[in-house]
Design a protein around this ligand. Sequence first.
Ligand code: KG4
Ligand code: ZN
Length: 341
Amino acid sequence: MRVLGIETSCDETGLAVYDTARGLLAQRVHSQVAMHRDFGGVVPELASRDHLHRVLPLLEEVLAASDSDGRSIDGIAVTEGPGLAGALLVGASIAHAISFAWGKPVIGVHHLEGHLLSPLLAPDPPEFPFLALLVSGGHTQLQRVDSAGTYTLLGDTLDDAAGEAFDKTAQLLGLGYPGGPAVSALADRAGAARPVFPRPMLHSGDLNFSFSGLKTAVLTEVRRRSPAGAPLGEADQAAIAAGFVDAVVDVLAAKALHALRAAGLKRLVVAGGVGANRQLRGRLTKDVATVGATVHFPPLDLCTDNGAMIALAGALRFTARKHGSPARAFGVRPRWLLQEA
Ligand code: KG4
Ligand code: ZN
């Protein structure tokens, strides 16, 4: 079965064609990061308009690159939620229009299901069951994945996501958007002297996270070092970045290990943009070995938002329902729990 995947939930326009017999045939992603940078974050209305400009040219590209057309595509998978309502509507409109034109079914996919299954597209896919640490700009979750379609939410953030904390810290340090990579690079340049920030919920006894207090701690430290609000020197910036990274990595690694032990799982998969973080990767690689587990980091283009993971998740859903699923009514779900998908 061959599925066209469309992702427009936030600031990446992603299109892909996935074939259940041959794997990923083609994918294209356009990132809007440069466009949103001037505003210090994603501007929803600009995001929607840009998706509208990008989606059809990218569609033509993936169809050509995969040598597909309306006859060879068996179904269309589109991110139905969660995400920005206007951005989701662009993907949904295109998906339903193509479905109507080609006479092929369309299926709405949960964005997080795409992330959770994306490791299956990697050259060395993990076997089920595995624990997924999903760390992106919008989510920080621990999910137990027993099979495609069987997910158990073990832990979630009560406020800011890990990526959001990186981005806000970057802003407080006067770095650009998105700030994760810059904060990480600065932290590498710090010496041993660095502030010790709180480890939010490290000993909460559950698998939940909270990062908004950490952001406040960073702000307090910035003000302490620069009471008049002058820009910080690089040594101060680096020390604060390192203290922040230490705290986030400590909490993420401790909770992931706790979850592996509690769930009796031996494989950890890291998905989402923060999964690119060098310090987190290093720490998890070391830590999981102590509990006899392994950690998988899918290639970065599969960690960040893309159409391939949506095409794959859609293909698995189509197959499970033996192609019988009727076209859904047109709609999007900006707020949607995975367990309800
Ligand atoms: O998964 P993603 O591309 O987009 C969604 O949020 O869905 O994640 C983006 C987030 C941003 O917050 C960005 O700052 C963070 O991932 N990020 C990083 C790194 N690369 C990206 N955070 C820390 N270290 C990095 N190297
Ligand atoms: Zn995402």
